[in-house]
Design a protein around this ligand. Structure first.
Ligand SMILES: [Zn+2]
Length: 375
């Protein structure tokens, strides 16, 4: 079966959500891998939701993981789908249309065709295929695969995630995180503002300092990722037009370069702004009520997986601003890079598509990668 035909089969399963049901699609993949000779495991993680892992060349030297997700984002307004139904794939003008064509049932299909075409070869290193649930639709069930040791660093040295990157090699991406800052003031009638303390105004003072923080952060440039960005994405303060607000909340979202991956670093930015403003202004009262920071992806550019992909594709690695499952694999001791066919620009859109040219490049690249690393 060719990747385009495999992709069509996968797209016909409605794995959109939330709520999401990946299990029937995972079972189809399991049957496919069973038929070509892989050892497979279906891991049901929730009612109707499942991961599937297939291995070949077990008990050999640690090898390669090819990984993708099988859930897709909701199709949205059906009237906006003009060329194909979201789950009724169509090939037209050199493109395969359907929900998930590029993100990422097309890339998954390239991996499955490679599995089918190479299964009869003599594997000197283990090849693992892992297809996971809940990447785009909530759950992040790749962690179940790793926590339950269905894929381990003793079996796999490297992982390639087929997220659509137009086959660009992405060994680094930013980490992400969020924080909430709560500001406390004193309520008063707005005709007597001198009797109150305006929490919205205090939040504005904080925002002003946040802009200064960004200017500082911009001085530290990662060669592939640029600088860490810190943005206030939500603000909430006050409840009535004629009352001085006694409470306000800012929600901050940030994207971290590897130099800022220690959670204490980002925490320190916000607490030191609060300290600075409290010292300057006795009425300034604020606290950090939520803080999180997830690791960036930071695979050395001279690692074997990056240099092998570079020599196959003849391209230089690039950075990405978005967050992926590669961090989960890397944290489990399996360095992971992103390299997949299709463009992220077509992901999550009506009439989502992948070009047949990209599908072919994905298939050929993964095949050569398996050739060089496992055979
Ligand atoms: Zn994706």
């Amino acid at each position: 079966m060719k990747a385009v035909e495999i992709a069509k089969e996968l797209i016909r399963f409605d794995t959109s959500g939330p709520p999401t049901q990946e299990q029937p699609c995972a079972e189809w993949i399991k049957d496919f891998l069973d038929d070509v000779g892989f050892e497979t495991t279906l891991q049901v993680v929730e009612h109707g939701r499942a991961n599937v892992v297939g291995k070949i060349g077990e008990d050999t030297v640690p090898g390669l993981v090819l990984s993708g997700h099988i859930d897709v984002v909701l199709a949205g307004n059906p009237d906006l789908w003009g060329i194909a139904g979201p789950f009724d794939p169509v090939v037209k003008d050199g493109r395969l249309y359907g929900r998930g064509a590029c993100d990422m049932k097309g890339p998954d299909a390239c991996m499955l065709q490679v599995a089918q075409d190479l299964a009869k070869e003599d594997f000197k290193r283990q090849l693992t295929l892992a297809f996971t649930a809940g990447e785009d639709t909530g759950g992040w069930f790749v962690n179940n695969v790793l926590d339950d040791e269905l894929v381990t660093s003793t079996e796999a040295q490297y992982c390639v995630i087929g997220e659509p990157s137009l086959m660009e090699i992405i060994p680094v991406h930013k980490g992400s995180g969020g924080a909430d800052i709560m500001f406390h003031g004193r309520a008063a009638h707005s005709s007597k503002p001198e009797l109150g303390i305006n929490a919205n105004q205090k939040a504005a003072d904080f925002l002003y300092e946040l802009r200064a923080l960004q200017e500082e952060l911009d001085k530290e440039q990662h060669p592939l990722l640029g600088s860490t960005t810190v943005e206030c994405t939500m603000m909430d303060g006050g409840f009535k037009a004629n009352i001085i607000p006694d409470q306000a909340k800012l929600t901050i979202n940030y994207r971290l370069i590897p130099a800022h991956k220690d959670p204490e670093v980002s925490k320190g930015w916000f607490t030191s702004i609060i300290d600075k403003l409290s010292k300057k202004d006795p009425d300034f009262k604020a606290e950090l009520t939520r803080h999180s920071a997830s690791n960036p992806l930071d695979i050395p550019l001279d690692s074997e997986i990056v240099t092998t992909l570079k020599s196959i594709l003849g391209t230089k690695p690039v950075g990405a601003p978005y967050y992926t499952e590669a961090v989960s694999y890397t944290s489990a001791g399996i360095p992971a890079v992103i390299c997949g066919p299709g463009s992220i620009d077509q992901a999550h859109t009506p009439d989502e598509y992948i070009s047949l040219e990209q599908l072919d490049l994905g298939y050929k690249t993964y095949k050569e990668l398996v050739n060089r690393t496992c055979l």
